[in-house]
Design a protein around this ligand. Sequence first.
Ligand code: ATP
Ligand code: PAF
Ligand code: BAL
Length: 292
Amino acid sequence: MIVVTTIEELKRTIRQYRREASEGRIGLVPTMGYLHEGHASLMRRARTECGYAVLSIFVNPLQFGPNEDYDQYPRDAKRDIELAEKNGIDLIFMPSVQEMYPSKPLTSVLVNQVTERLCGASRPGHFDGVGTVVSKLFHLVQPDRAYFGMKDAQQVAVIQRMVYDLNIPVEIVPCDTVREADGLAMSSRNVYLSPEARAQAVVLSQALASAEQWVKEPGITAQQLGERIRQAIAKAPLADIDYAEILEYPDLTVPPADADLSRYPNKLIVALAVKFGKTRLIDNRLLDSMEV
Ligand SMILES: Nc1ncnc2c1ncn2[C@@H]1O[C@H](COP(=O)(O)OP(=O)(O)OP(=O)(O)O)[C@@H](O)[C@H]1O
Ligand SMILES: CC(C)(CO)[C@@H](O)C(=O)[O-]
Ligand code: BAL
């Protein structure tokens, strides 16, 4: 496994692979590091499906708001490198901020509409930062496939739309959310949770599992379903709901207020963002098949 920190080394290594294996597929797994089993599942899928598996580790300042946790975001390069090697990664790109942004970018990749709600509304500018850094990574690595977790379902919708609109020659592969034994979605930010908050955080996946049942009740509307979900989450005293929304997926539009969701023709997603103290967790569930 090779670890590179500069764009020059990255390009040289990719060029060499392309020369040696002209038919080989390159798979890219973009991350912000502090790797866990969720990331490992993406790395293993890239390993299985591609001749060359590239991992990027970069905590991207552009996607953090001024009062968010950029400085506190957990980092452990040594452990990440070990985990990447164990999961079959061939090349890690871990640039500095200076390397990725030698000067403040004047260009931004902004995807409209699908960014209007959920994290796009709660974290203004977040998806401009994601779109910009992911398109830079796509240009640098030129992967055939790129692997993203459905835990960040809005991010998948944004990247898919960006790739479609800009004709970027990459296949986006959405991957299922990996969970702890009690159902909590794995996330680098879980390390911030106090023992009490960690125990209570199970309400997110429980509320999503209940929603799967409630939506089958004839006549149920988005408002009624939303209310039940909010009540289920509020059973955790430390939970502070940022959003709990039912939207169409992947367009992320609001279903009509009087629509009977039990007979709704389009795919729906329940998307949650809930704060426990300063730690903001997200999770979601597609209400029919996981196919996207
Ligand atoms: N539990 C998980 N299962 C599958 N994929 C995941 C999981 N958690 C994160 N990913 C995916 O890994 C990629 C990198 O995510 P990232 O580095 O932000 O990790 P994270 O754990 O989501 O961190 P945080 O939520 O604290 O930002 C993203 O595509 C993300 O969707
Ligand atoms: C895709 C990503 C690596 C871009 O910085 C980030 O948003 C993430 O880790 O999901
Ligand atoms: N996985 C989403 C990255 C972020 O929270 O900024």
